[in-house]
Design a protein around this ligand. Sequence first.
Ligand code: FVH
Length: 289
Amino acid sequence: MSDTQHTPVTVLGLGAMGQALAATLVQGGRATTVWNRTPGKDAALVAAGADGAATVADAIGQHGPIIAVLLDHASVHATLDPVADQLSGRQVINLTSTAPEEARELATWAAAHDIDYLDGGIMAVPAMIGRPGASILYSGSAALFDEHRETLELLAAADYFGTDAGLASMYDFALLSNMYAMFTGFLHGAAMLRTSGVPAATFAERAVPWVTAMAQLIPEYARVIDSGDYTAPFQPLDFHKPAVDAIVRASRDAGVALDIIAPIKNLLDRQIADGHGRLAFERTVEELA
Ligand code: FVH
């Protein structure tokens, strides 16, 4: 069964993200009820056509799925626990960022209260919602995802990863780990070049094409990891060690802190000390997992 233009939706939480999601639902023609703990944040949405509810109980009085966009795992429980009985037989889509185990805990809590539960990880900032480039990763109830996919696609590209409610969150945080490593690498490089009087903007002109070119190697890294065979390296750990040692020396000489680069050196050193120096750099995943 697919949803229709007339599917009503409730949004709990009108922070920056909740407001963006609710506004997109209203623009998409969905009858949208909104609630926020602190009153007053619904003014623009109500002016645009949303129904403002004074209490959570009032907000979930409508039919249709309930989207929670709150601060964290604790705030989801603080909001939903008091109305758990009223939620029996209803559908909850939790777009609050929670760790995978927290998402699984919420799915178990929901099942105990006969609530259909779908978890989501938002890969976008509020300004991207409803625009190309935004995506939301989902896992949990397949039936809920299938029934409301059309509505979810209004918000962002919607991808479903299976019935494990924690898997979307795991993807979310894996992607964010990749992002943070990339940005902190840029910050380390910018700090190094600053000591030579090079502005970050000048470094960025080099960094973007370099990082883009290096990213093309990721599928080959993945192939080696999935094969589990690290014995035919393109460049072994022994090859990378002098380069990383040199980056550490260059950073130290320039007075740049080693917080970003030292853990990478430690990973290399540990594997080489354990006799893995002739194996591929990708073996590092075995050290981490
Ligand atoms: N904003 C972003 O760029 C990121 C993008 C990726 C996903 N995150 C996650 O989305 C969740 C909501 O984020 P947000 O940007 O809307 O966050 P805030 O603007 O800080 O709004 C937080 C809302 O949560 C309400 N709230 C907090 N604690 C409670 C509670 N104990 N009970 C009920 N509601 C609570 C808060 O209400 P109020 O302070 O206005 O009364 C806001 O509505 C989040 O998980 C991000 O990690 C966004």
